[in-house]
Design a protein around this ligand. Structure first.
Ligand SMILES: [Fe+2]
Ligand SMILES: [Fe+2]
Length: 476
């Protein structure tokens, strides 16, 4: 039976989130010079005073503090990382029967981390270790079959739900860009903002689902598809650097509408083979200014975040050194929104099918291109954060494993605490047709040999095998 969250909203949310954050920090810093358990112990002590035994547990893919659901704070993904680390170790519950002393707490964390070096044994193994070390104040339980069953169901449902939101956002933008092209008044911008808000909350809940959705690259529906993807990448980066929920929504809206000026240039994209004439090039490079004009006509000062939105539209092709376009008459600083949209725009454009390459391609090579341009085209600090999100094995990377299987990377670098061995969605081939199979962790080890069960031996361009990775990552 799954407990219903109690209506204690703000207090529980804050307390639970604090505990999650401190537990996460304690795990991350274990063994480093910054390692300090005081903050975690104080929180545990304070909570214990209020209500005796404390437990952090998983139910239906959510974290609970005792019977109260821990709300995720917008602005960081610590909650999701901790949840995933518990799930990978098949730990359903950690119970603090009394505030443990520093030594017991440190030993518990060491045992918790050491499990990652073996074949991800279940929570019961950790409990046996704790008993052996005579640690009575902390108890661990494994995930129950009911939890796992519900988890799989809810995870698929959520993924399908986010897919519907993604496709709805594309339809909404297609309609909006059509209105702009026909010179009609833009429809309800509040609705567009509400959709962005849903994506911001959805991203915080499941970053990998959204990064998987952004592998959809439809050139037939280029503008709406590109715009939703840019919003997702921008939200991901904004989320990573800890922007507020409100800022993230403004940022997402700027991603949605950054190319609205292009919707007035319907000939653009129809002449890829012959290139652009000088006149067309002038018009094309004017699309940021045209976009600003369009938005000002459409919303004027009605839009609550007009300045961020307009900055994102105007600056998304301006480089960090102010090269790019539009050409500026005088020096100005590029806004944070402009810098983020510019990076997100570049990443989406460079992963799209182009020319003879009919399938989108993800690999560390794009990250390398971005890093090479850091400080000149892109803000160097933002580039570093973006690199941490996509990593050398971005979601969507097609790879061959040493078992001979094909797989597609389907987890974010940051979702695991070690990050270098992602989850991959396995593919099985029947002639030229590929079907998706289970997702597996590359951290799994063979009990007998003590070696990893699967390792990546080669990154493959999906164009070689005619594979559209989105078809296998998204539950259409
Ligand atoms: Fe653009
Ligand atoms: Fe763009």
């Amino acid at each position: 039976m799954v407990p219903r969250p109690r209506n204690q909203g703000a207090t529980i949310s804050r307390t639970g989130s604090d505990l999650v954050l401190k537990l996460y920090n304690a795990i991350r810093s274990l063994g480093s010079a910054q390692h300090d358990l005081t903050a975690l112990n104080e929180t545990l002590g304070g909570l214990a005073k209020k209500g005796g035994t404390l437990s952090i547990r998983i139910s239906r893919d959510r974290l609970y503090l005792n019977h109260d659901r821990i709300e995720m704070r917008s602005g960081h993904s610590v909650h999701r990382i901790l949840l995933n680390e518990l799930k990978k170790r098949k730990i359903g519950k950690i119970e603090f029967r009394e505030p443990p002393d520093d030594e017991d707490l440190a030993e518990f964390l060491r045992c918790f981390l050491s499990m990652g070096d073996h074949n991800l044994p279940d929570g019961e193994t950790l409990q046996r270790l704790l008993r052996k070390k005579k640690i009575e104040s902390i108890r661990v339980e494994g995930l129950t079959p009911e939890d796992i069953e519900e988890d799989l169901g809810s995870s698929y449902e959520r993924h399908a739900h986010y897919t519907r939101i993604y496709l709805y956002a594309m339809r909404l933008l297609k309609e909006l860009f059509g209105q702009v092209d026909r010179g009609e008044e833009c429809s309800d911008l509040d609705l567009t903002r509400r959709v962005v808000r849903t994506i911001v909350l959805g991203y915080a809940d499941s970053p990998a689902a959204f990064m998987g959705l952004a592998t959809i690259k439809s050139n037939r529906e280029f503008l709406p598809n590109h715009s939703v993807n840019v919003a997702i990448y921008a939200i991901a980066l904004g989320h990573r650097i800890g922007l507020s929920h409100r800022f993230l929504v403004d940022l997402g809206l700027a991603g949605f509408l950054h190319d609205i000026g292009e919707s007035r240039l319907s000939w653009l994209g129809t002449n890829e083979s012959r290139g652009l004439s000088e006149q067309e090039w002038t018009e094309a490079t004017n699309h940021p200014a045209l976009g600003v004009k369009t938005m000002m006509n459409a919303v004027g000062s009605r839009e609550p975040a007009a300045s961020r939105l307009l900055a994102g539209i105007f600056e998304h092709h301006l480089r960090d050194d102010l090269s790019g376009f539009p050409k500026l008459m005088r020096k100005k600083d590029v806004s944070l929104v402009g810098k983020i949209i510019s990076l997100a725009d570049f990443y989406d454009v460079f992963t799209r099918p182009y020319g003879e390459n009919r399938f989108p391609c993800f690999s560390g090579r794009i990250l390398q291109l971005i890093v090479e341009r850091s400080g000149r085209d892109f803000d160097s600090t933002l580039t570093k954060y973006f690199a941490r999100i996509v990593g050398p094995l971005p979601v969507g990377t097609l790879c061959r494993l040493d078992t001979g299987e094909l797989g597609i990377v389907c987890s974010l670098m940051e979702e695991g605490m070690t990050g270098d061995r992602p989850w991959v969605r396995l593919l099985v081939s029947a002639g030229e047709i590929y079907r998706r199979r289970d997702a597996v962790s590359l951290k799994l080890m063979d009990k007998e040999t003590g070696k990893y069960q699967r390792s990546i031996i080669e990154i493959i361009d999906p164009n070689e095998l005619k594979i559209d990775v989105a078809e296998h990552l998204v539950p259409f």
